[in-house]
Design a binder for this molecule. Structure first.
Ligand SMILES: NC(=O)c1ccc[n+]([C@@H]2O[C@H](COP(=O)([O-])OP(=O)(O)OC[C@H]3O[C@@H](n4cnc5c(N)ncnc54)[C@H](OP(=O)(O)O)[C@@H]3O)[C@@H](O)[C@H]2O)c1
Length: 368
């Protein structure tokens, strides 16, 4: 039930960095979405963000009342990973649509429970894979599908940032750490570039002693796919920022840098190298969060299933879970052959201009 302007009404759950720095400003770039509430444990944020966006503040213990209040159609869940299920599952059970930050949850069992709740509900679930609506990423998908690099054979990626000690990302074990937080990007990218699911996983983790973050801060992963394809990536919470990928095919190479980021000046351009020449393929700087929200609201308004649904999220969670076991045992983990029922449709691309970001209310950027 949209509002009288035909807009989907969102409550934001968790007023942290990504909500304040990306999602909340991004909603204003859409014409089909509006915010009506913020759910927060911080009265200062409830007041400050309430005034800034003209929305109502709710505490976490008022969440169930909000779900049945008739004031919202959807929630955007941006709490730490270990508090995703707590807010996603009851919303779906109450018939409220859920845009859920990645990774889906802090265990495979929790992600499967969220997906089951979505299947049983009339409400829709989308995992907030913003790159599924980003024009540069979708141009890479199109180029691979068109055979511009021949058959994709292997993928590599590097993704790192300097996470501040004390942030919840570093203090809550594997499922808050660099693999679920950042490794989800290369896992999701390569699954969609290869249009295949991995069958073997191997990972090694290490800690930079002087950082003493409280988690394995640097992890390298190797994935084997059917038909002799492979992927590898390294993610880190303890190194200078980089986000870069290569897809190497039988007849060409795609290289993107930046590959996973967003914001001011960031466009997912790529270079296509083949036949002895390099082509630069430019992408616009767009509002990733406005774009994914516009797409999700469009799905709700037109009763279409979003593509980055629970199945997509769970397929990534299966890989994340196997990486956890590989780190713990030191042994490769075999995965049963799986397939995805649908893949990215390049019509999902959205090119909304980047929003200005207002000053943060009582929150800090998690990275140095
Ligand atoms: N799509 C992307 O590009 C992207 C980028 C960054 C993060 N994310 C995802 O978004 C989610 C939030 O990340 P973030 O960077 O926004 O984190 P953050 O800055 O730490 O914010 C998380 C917010 O969750 C709330 N919260 C509730 N319980 C909490 C607890 N026990 N400990 C800490 N915070 C708690 C707090 O908001 P209140 O004070 O309002 O209660 C906090 O500010 C994560 O799942 C992350 O993976 C996605």
């Amino acid at each position: 039930m949209p509002n009288s302007n035909g807009q989907i009404r969102y409550a934001v759950v968790g007023g942290g960095w990504i909500s304040q720095g990306a999602f909340m400003p991004g909603v204003g770039q859409t014409s089909n979405s509006v915010m009506t509430a913020i759910v927060t444990g911080d009265p200062e944020k409830a007041r400050g963000l309430g005034e800034l966006y003209g929305i109502k503040g709710y505490d976490y213990d008022e969440y169930d009342a909000l779900l049945t209040s008739g004031e919202i159609d959807a929630v955007y869940v941006a709490t730490p990973n270990f508090r995703h299920r707590e807010f996603a599952e009851p919303a779906l059970k109450a018939g409220i649509h859920v845009l859920l930050e990645k990774p889906m949850a802090a265990s495979l069992a929790d992600a499967e429970a969220i997906e089951a709740a979505a299947r049983a509900s009339g409400a829709k679930l989308m995992v907030a894979y913003r790159l599924h609506c980003e024009p540069g990423t979708l141009a890479i998908v199109e180029a691979i599908r068109a055979g511009e690099i021949g058959t994709p054979r292997f993928f590599t990626a590097t993704f790192s940032q300097m996470v501040k000690p004390g942030n919840h990302r570093a203090l809550n074990g594997y499922w808050a750490g660099p693999v679920p937080d950042m490794g989800t990007y290369p896992i999701n990218a390569v699954r969609n570039f290869f249009e295949a699911e991995p069958i073997r996983v191997m990972a090694l983790a290490s800690r930079v002693p002087e950082r003493d973050l409280g988690c394995d801060d640097t992890v390298s992963v190797i994935l084997t796919f059917p038909e002799g394809r492979s992927a590898s990536f390294t993610v880190s919470y303890s190194a200078e920022s980089i986000d870069r990928l290569h897809v190497v095919g039988s007849e060409g190479i795609i290289e993107a840098y930046p590959a996973f980021g967003f914001g001011e000046g960031t466009s997912i351009d790529f270079r296509l190298i083949g036949d002895g020449e390099t082509q630069e393929r430019k992408a616009p700087v767009v509002d990733h969060f406005g774009g994914e929200t516009d797409y999700f609201s469009d799905c709700i308004l037109n009763d279409r299933q979003p593509e980055p649904d629970g199945e997509e999220g769970v397929l990534d969670m299966i890989v994340l879970d196997a990486i956890d076991r590989s780190i713990a045992t030191g042994a490769p983990q075999d995965l049963a052959p799986r397939s995805r029922t649908r893949r990215i449709d390049t019509d999902q691309a959205r090119a909304l201009p980047l929003a200005d970001v207002p000053e943060f209310v009582n929150t800090d950027v998690p990275m140095d």
